[in-house]
Design a binder for this molecule. Structure first.
Ligand SMILES: [Zn+2]
Length: 59
């Protein structure tokens, strides 16, 4: 089951979960799209997935 991905505008720091308030950072995951790879972040507490706009051209 694919959870929805929440888009976040990155500012100075992305450490605290905007959904549940967990304060110790995120797990990460990679997702292949057509011409780039999305680097996504998963909250270890509430398991929401966040996209802060981080992209890779390739691995
Ligand atoms: Zn959370």
């Amino acid at each position: 089951m694919q959870k929805s991905i929440k888009e976040i505008t990155f500012e100075e720091e992305f450490r605290i979960c905007p959904v549940c308030g967990y304060q110790d950072g995120f797990h990460s995951m990679l997702k292949q799209e057509k011409d780039h790879i999305k680097w996504l972040f998963i909250c270890p507490s509430c398991h929401e997935i966040f996209d802060i706009g981080h992209r890779l051209d390739r691995l």
